[in-house]
Design a protein around this ligand. Structure first.
Ligand SMILES: [Zn+2]
Ligand SMILES: [Zn+2]
Ligand SMILES: [Zn+2]
Ligand SMILES: [Zn+2]
Length: 376
């Protein structure tokens, strides 16, 4: 008999002083009320339904058939419908007719951009990955990213550019002939600035550093060559180095943070202007070894088996041979074989990249001594 009261706490009402609506079972103001025509007592629909499972009479011993599905008295019915009460979540006052519906919605978490979009996240709607991070839509994600960058025009431009590429990918693609013809008149591709920044080159070695402009949100750069992600969400986010390669043979090593809980996707990206809150290798321009022992390129869900597992222990070697167009990996000195062989890997710019999920981190270091087992 210790069920929580079914009805509404009277203190939530502004205008309910009468006892006419009190449920005779739980004593609160009746919810979805039913009334006994004979004794005139009213009850929450649920309270009396439960009661009648155990008894054939109303609590005041009238017969079952006297119980009416609503108020027998039309006037009382009207008064009931005029009641207003506070929402238990937001304390705003609503009509008793819509309070249930409002509270169902009001109990859902707010979009991070709620003050502008007024949307809530309904986890049951099963709608996309976005719901996991309390952002209701791509528009809101975009808007929030833009707010973060509102003081920096270059980053602002980058956000817009990323958004356009992600959601209107055809504009530059083969299918968007009309748009691309229109754009062709105005869009001039500037030559990339000197890719192998001489200031980063020290005796044939590069100082690889993560670029704060080329990382997903939530990723932190600790020291220049160490990135860390630690968050609630389960979304792959990418990080690229500031430096890229335009030719030659390059080798670098990835050392995972030993507290990494999730395998990383490690490799190279041919672009530095995509949505960094995706894995670079979800896209055709990304090539990666995924620490679960698989390859990824142009696919966020599958790829062929490759190498061994790698998460929080060991050193992963990454070898890019732009003369051959190959990308290869080795773990703790054990060569995994050529992962990718593609003419696109002969042409720069090519950026070292990692994608991390939920809780992971790593350090990147360029090495000028290339182990002998990599393809020459
Ligand atoms: Zn009740
Ligand atoms: Zn009765
Ligand atoms: Zn509310
Ligand atoms: Zn929103």
């Amino acid at each position: 008999m210790n069920n929580p009261p079914q009805g509404y706490d009277k203190r939530r009402f502004q205008n309910c002083t009468s006892e006419d609506f009190d449920c005779n079972i739980c004593t609160e103001v009746a919810k979805l009320p039913k009334q006994c025509q004979k004794c005139k007592k009213c009850f929450c629909g649920q309270c009396i339904d439960d009661w009648l499972k155990k008894s054939n009479q109303c609590p005041l011993r009238c017969e079952r058939q006297h119980i009416n599905n609503t108020f027998a008295d039309k006037n009382l019915q009207k008064q009931y419908q005029n009641l207003n009460l506070k929402c238990v979540y937001c304390s705003q006052v609503f009509s008793i007719k819509i309070i249930e519906e409002h509270e169902r919605e009001c109990s859902l978490p707010k979009c991070q951009n709620f003050i502008n979009c007024n949307n809530r996240i309904d986890a049951n709607s099963g709608n996309s990955q976005l719901t996991k991070i309390d952002i209701c839509s791509p528009e809101c994600q975009f808007f929030l990213n833009i707010l973060n960058h509102s003081s920096n025009q270059r980053n602002l431009y980058k956000e817009i550019s990323n958004f356009m590429q992600r959601y209107y990918p055809n504009i530059d693609g083969n299918n968007g002939q009309i748009q691309s013809q229109q754009l062709a008149a105005t869009k001039v591709t500037m030559p990339q600035p000197s890719l192998q920044n001489p200031f980063n080159m020290v005796f044939g070695s590069y100082n690889l550093t993560w670029d704060p402009n080329y990382i997903g949100s939530q990723i932190q750069i600790k020291n220049e060559n160490f990135v860390l992600l630690k968050e609630q969400a389960y979304i792959f986010r990418s990080a690229l180095t500031k430096q890229s390669f335009s030719q030659g043979i390059h080798y670098w090593e990835i050392e995972p943070d030993e507290k990494s809980e999730n395998e990383m996707k490690i490799g190279v990206s041919l672009k530095n202007n995509f949505d960094f809150n995706t894995a670079f290798c979800d896209h055709q321009f990304g090539y990666a070894y995924y620490g679960i022992g698989q390859l990824r390129s142009g696919n966020n869900a599958q790829g062929q088996s490759y190498g061994m597992k790698f998460k929080s222990q060991g050193v992963l070697g990454v070898h890019l041979n732009m003369n051959l167009g190959t990308l290869s990996f080795a773990l703790n000195g054990q060569f995994f074989g050529i992962a990718f062989s593609d003419n696109k890997l002969k042409q720069g710019p090519i950026y070292p990249a990692v994608a991390m999920l939920h809780c992971a981190g790593c350090k990147i270091t360029y090495k000028s001594n290339i182990p002998p087992y990599f393809p020459k």
